[in-house]
Design a binder for this molecule. Structure first.
Ligand SMILES: Cc1cc2nc3c(=O)[nH]c(=O)nc-3n(C[C@H](O)[C@H](O)[C@H](O)COP(=O)(O)OP(=O)(O)OC[C@H]3O[C@@H](n4cnc5c(N)ncnc54)[C@H](O)[C@@H]3O)c2cc1C
Length: 288
C-alpha cells in the first residue's frame, strides 16, 4: 500500500512484524494510531520512506486481567480504556488520564504504546503508569525484556528501546479495592491542550492516615518523575490542611521545571503544590 509516496507494510501477526523490524531496524518508522507520527510527517519533522503499520497485528490488541495483573496490548486505544469498567475500578489514574486525552476522535486512534514511546514529558498516560508500578515489554526476534516504566524514557522524545525492538505489552499489578487514585492536569484549556503540569496519585488511607501513596508528575522535568521525599513525608501522615500545606512546599523543592512556550518555571512549581493539595483532598473523599 502507498500513502503519499510512503510505502506502508501492514503485517498480520507479531512474528512477521518482528522479522521486518529485525531485518530493517533503521529503515522503518513504526505506525500505531499515527496521531504523533503523522503530525510530524505533515510538519516535515520526519520524512519516512517506509512505515510499519501495527493496526492489523492481533497480538498487540486487547487486554486481560489474570494472576493479579492487568496486561494490555500496546495498541489498546484510550477510547478502549474508557469503555471498560476494569480500568475505572482498578486503574483509576489511567482511566482519568484517558478521559483528558485530546478529543473523542484522537482517543479512538491514539494508542497507549504510542503515547509511551513518544516519550514526551507531558504524555498523559505516563504519570498514571508510574504510580501503578507498570512495566513495559520490549520484544525482538530473539529477546524479550520487561522494563520498569521509570527506566524507559531517556529524555524528551528518547527511550532506551533498541531500533529492532517493539513495545508489545504493558502490565501492572492489581491493588486491593481500598486503593484509590486519579490524574489531574493543567493545560491552556480543558480539552485538546498539552499538559503544562500533571499529577497522578495512587494510595490508600485508613482512618484519615495515609498507609501508602505513590505520586508522579508530568511536564516538570525532561521526563516524568516521582517525588520520593514528598511520598515519604506523606506515608503515615494525617491529612490536615496544615500538613497538606507543608507537603505542598516539600514537593515544590523536589521538582525542577523549565520555562518554555507553554508555561514558565515559577508557575509550574506553584501548580505542583496546588495539584497535590487537590489530589490529597480527592483521595480523602475517595477513601471515605
Ligand atoms: C489533536 C491532538 C491532541 C492530542 N492530545 C493529547 C493529550 O491530551 N495528551 C497526550 O498525552 N497526548 C496527546 N496527543 C498526542 C498523541 O495523541 C498521543 O501521544 C498518542 O497516544 C500517540 O499514540 P499513537 O498510537 O497515535 O502513536 P503514533 O503516532 O503511531 O506513534 C508515536 C511514536 O511511537 C512509536 N511507536 C508507536 N507504537 C510503537 C510500538 N508498539 N513500539 C515501538 N514504537 C512505537 C512511533 O514510531 C512514533 O515514534 C494529541 C495529539 C493530537 C494530534
Amino acid at each position: 500500500m502507498r500513502i503519499s509516496g510512503v510505502q506502508t507494510y501492514s503485517p498480520k501477526n507479531l512474528e512477521e512484524t518482528l522479522q521486518i523490524l529485525y531485518r530493517h531496524p533503521l529503515q522503518f518508522y513504526i505506525l500505531s494510531g499515527g496521531t504523533d507520527l503523522v503530525v510530524k510527517m505533515q510538519d516535515g519533522v520526519i520524512h519516512p520512506k517506509h512505515l510499519l503499520n501495527l493496526s492489523f497485528v492481533r497480538e498487540l490488541k486487547g487486554f486481560s486481567s489474570e494472576d493479579g495483573q492487568i496486561v494490555l496490548g500496546t495498541n489498546v486505544t484510550f477510547g478502549e480504556i474508557l469503555e471498560n469498567s476494569l480500568f475505572r475500578k482498578q486503574a483509576e489514574p489511567l482511566y482519568q488520564a484517558a478521559k483528558c486525552m485530546g478529543s473523542p476522535q484522537i482517543r479512538n486512534l491514539a494508542t497507549l504504546g504510542g503515547n509511551i514511546i513518544n516519550a514526551s514529558p507531558a504524555a498523559d498516560s505516563v504519570p498514571p503508569l508510574f504510580v501503578l508500578n507498570a512495566e513495559v515489554c520490549l520484544e525482538s526476534v530473539n529477546s524479550i525484556r520487561w522494563v520498569k516504566i521509570e527506566h524507559l524514557a531517556a529524555g524528551p522524545g528518547k527511550t532506551i528501546r533498541k531500533p529492532f525492538e517493539l513495545l508489545t505489552k504493558i502490565r501492572f499489578p492489581i491493588k486491593p479495592a481500598s486503593w484509590h487514585g486519579g490524574f489531574l492536569r493543567l493545560g491552556q484549556r480543558e480539552a485538546l491542550a498539552i499538559s503544562k503540569v500533571s499529577l497522578a496519585y495512587w494510595g490508600v488511607l485508613e482512618n484519615g492516615v495515609i498507609q501508602d501513596i505513590r505520586l508522579a508528575l508530568g511536564a516538570v522535568a525532561p521526563t516524568v518523575i516521582q517525588p520520593p521525599k514528598t511520598e515519604a513525608f506523606l506515608k503515615g501522615n494525617t491529612l490536615t490542611e496544615t500538613e497538606m500545606t507543608r507537603v505542598a512546599e516539600i514537593l515544590k523543592t523536589e521538582v525542577h521545571p523549565i520555562s518554555d512556550i507553554r508555561s514558565n518555571e515559577t508557575y509550574r512549581r506553584e501548580m505542583c503544590g496546588v495539584l497535590l493539595k487537590r489530589a490529597l483532598r480527592q483521595l480523602m473523599t475517595q477513601c471515605t
